[in-house]
Ligand binder design. Structure first.
Ligand code: C5P
Length: 315
């Protein structure tokens, strides 16, 4: 049987606004999500047993059921029991390039790749919307990871509307390898501190959600106005992560002293990104911030925004 090597890109939030609570305990979000070229490689092939095996080259990535990629394979086995009985289990090999626990959806992208990969090796013929529905059962940002590009994400983050692509912008990602932020902690803390200002009326939530389509950032993206995009990027979770992790706030301050289009924390952090209009500029900014902060734990990646979700690579 065929095996597939899939490219699973990282994701950043160009904007993340928390607007209210949901009956399911999650938050109502209004976000603009963006793929970047930095990507993990996920190889998937049939195993000779009924088991699911995960192998990963990164010591912090678990290879058991706590790995979202494992749960993605398990979901496919449960959803298509006859096909699973016929084809057997899968062996999943993950080559990590995206930093772990970074607010870059690395684990979500791996799970998205497993859904796409099993759809291929089992010849299921699932459509994009069907893959999205399965992805949403596993995590809020996994549907986006399947399709990638630039998209408005609302609801829990699983309702997607693709917008204009934005590939020609360079990006520096920076993360301390000794700092990680728990996403549930970030959202819970936000609720404790800002819950009083949440929108409660469902009609108001709907109109707030609809308004993103005509927001200045979406207009700037449509016009490919990178200067305006850089000014308009936004993340509510900085309000809770920065006081708790001052180094992350200082990292953003260091980027903002440089010649960048804009700088922001991604997702629940702790990765901070900066947008630049050329590769040379991104490399120069990276070097300057590295010298300014001078901490061996601070790691950098220079990459580009991408139009792609999960792609088939070279086997
Ligand atoms: O869906 P996902 O597993 O990525 O969410 C991780 C955590 O982030 C959730 O357990 C929840 O605490 C928080 N979250 C939230 N509202 C969302 C998405 C995530 O509160 N819309």
């Amino acid at each position: 049987m065929q095996s597939y090597s899939l490219i699973a890109p990282a994701k950043i939030n160009l904007s993340l606004e928390i607007i209210g609570d949901r009956p399911d305990g999650f938050h109502e979000l209004v976000m603009i999500l963006q793929s970047v070229e930095l990507a993990d490689i996920v190889e998937i092939q049939a195993s000779d047993t009924q088991e699911i095996y995960i192998h990963c080259d990164h010591r912090e990535v678990p290879c058991d059921r706590t790995n979202l990629a494992y749960r993605a394979a398990e979901l496919m086995c449960q959803t298509f029991p006859e096909v699973y009985a016929n084809y057997g289990g899968v062996v999943i090999k993950i080559k990590k390039n995206i930093p772990v626990a970074a607010g870059l959806a690395g684990g979500s992208g791996n799970a998205a790749a497993v859904l796409v990969g099993i759809n291929l090796i089992w010849n299921l013929g699932l459509t994009r919307p069907e893959l999205h529905d399965l992805a949403a059962k596993l995590g809020s940002d996994i549907p986006f990871c399947v399709s990638g590009g630039t998209a408005i994400a609302t609801g829990r983050g699983e309702k997607l509307d693709s917008i204009e692509d934005l590939a020609d912008i360079w990006i520096i990602l920076a993360k301390y390898d000794n700092i990680s932020v728990s996403t549930p902690w970030a959202y819970q803390t936000y609720r404790q501190q800002y819950g009083d200002s949440y929108i409660k009326d469902p009609t108001q939530i709907n109109s707030r959600t609809a308004a993103i389509h005509s927001s200045p950032l979406v207009k700037a993206i449509a016009h490919k106005d990178s200067t305006e995009i850089g000014k308009l990027i936004y993340n509510d979770l900085e309000k809770v992560v920065f006081p708790e992790y001052p180094q992350v706030a200082e990292l953003k301050s260091a980027f903002s002293t440089q010649d960048v289009l804009g700088t922001m924390m991604s997702g629940s952090g702790p990765t901070v990104f900066a947008l630049c209009d050329s590769e040379n500029s991104a490399i120069a900014v990276k070097q300057a911030v590295k010298t300014l902060i001078n901490d061996p734990h601070l790691k950098f990646w220079v990459t580009k925004l991408s139009n792609n979700g999960i792609q088939i690579g070279d086997s």
